[in-house]
Design a protein around this ligand. Structure first.
Ligand code: GH3
Ligand code: MG
Ligand code: MG
Ligand code: MG
Length: 303
């Protein structure tokens, strides 16, 4: 389990010292003595929890909280207000801004520590659930849900940036026969090995490889034109040769292979290229290309 990161924001050195003692052993503690420093720090490193003073020179704790909540990068980071203003109105303001808790600085250190631990536990559970909801359990790749969401955001980015967006659909050849011959557990292992082989040749951090279902994978290539996507497709096909997993029931080849359908935004009809819903057309184009690759003998790609 990785250590939790707690960011403490307070202009008063005595408060910081007291919190250091109260929270010893709860995680890695970082400190900021004013709001703008805290906002700079979270951009470099997103913490698991923020303990936030309210009265500070410059940005107030409320303003810092508002900024954290408004930034997608930090919107899910729990904020606890820790303040000497022990006042019901202030508490209501803090919690209304989205803070998860409001603790008076006069509170006993074990109480502060217990509440911090509770919020760290909830944060960890939240992170685990979020990961599980976007991950394919068999292969560890992104799942269909994450792929669909990313496709929509990347499509909108492509509309704004006018940069090309490419999509590859990859489907294992004669996988039913492989399952029938070797059994379902071996089929699952083949899916894991295929996922790793595909992953190993996906080089850019912005690319997204996902298992879309069954023996079908999707690869989203932002900022990539047809020629670039063809280059990636060739590498993906070579990865099957490197894997060299005996098939045993494929009518055409000795080893497991896959076919690829390629689509690029630049090839769509003009009206679809500029359409906010154009990502559906991109998926359909990749699907049609995959069908063509299957028809022309498999273990190849089609555009
Ligand atoms: P093609 O070359 O035309 O793609 O033929 P294919 O046999 O690969 O395609 P088809 O769609 O007929 O069969 C896909 C098979 O994938 C059927 C199913 O048994 C298998 N399958 C789907 N999901 C899983 C899975 O999670 N694990 C395993 N082991 N097999 C799966
Ligand atoms: Mg203060
Ligand atoms: Mg198949
Ligand atoms: Mg299939």
């Amino acid at each position: 389990m990785t250590e939790a990161e707690i960011l403490i924001v307070d202009d008063d050195p005595a408060s910081i010292t007291a919190l250091k003692t109260a929270l010893a052993g709860q995680g890695r503690l970082r400190f900021a003595t004013h709001g703008s420093e805290a906002l700079r720090m979270v951009q470099r490193h997103v913490p698991d929890l923020v303990l936030l003073d309210i009265g500070m020179p410059g940005l107030s704790g409320y303003e810092v909280c508002r900024a954290l909540q408004g930034d997608p990068l930090t919107a899910d980071v729990p904020v606890i207000f820790l303040t000497s203003h022990d006042d019901a109105e202030e508490e209501l303001t803090g919690l209304s801004l989205g803070a998860v808790d409001f603790i008076a600085k006069q509170a006993r250190p074990p109480l502060i520590c217990a509440r911090v631990r509770t919020h760290l536990r909830l944060k960890r559970m939240n992170d685990d659930l979020r990961r599980a909801a976007s991950e394919d359990a068999l292969t560890g790749l992104a799942n269909r849900r994450r792929f669909d969401e990313t496709l929509v955001t990347e499509w909108l980015r492509h509309l704004r940036s006018q940069r090309p967006l490419s999509l590859l659909m990859i489907d294992i050849d004669h996988f039913k026969a492989y399952n029938d011959l070797h059994g379902h557990p071996a089929g699952d292992q083949c899916l894991r090995l295929t996922a790793r082989a595909l992953h190993n040749v996906t080089l850019r951090p912005a690319d997204l490889l996902a298992r879309l279902g069954g023996e079908e994978f999707g690869l989203l290539l932002p900022d990539t034109d047809v020629a670039g996507a063809q280059e990636v497709a060739r590498r993906l096909l070579l990865a099957a040769d490197t894997l060299a997993l005996p098939h045993g029931a494929c009518p055409d080849r000795a080893c497991v292979s896959w076919s690829i359908g390629l689509a690029c935004s630049t090839q769509l009809r003009q009206d679809l290229q500029a359409n906010p819903q154009g990502s559906h057309a991109l998926m359909e184009a990749a699907d049609r290309a995959l069908y063509d690759a299957k028809r022309s003998g498999r273990a190849c790609f089609a555009v």
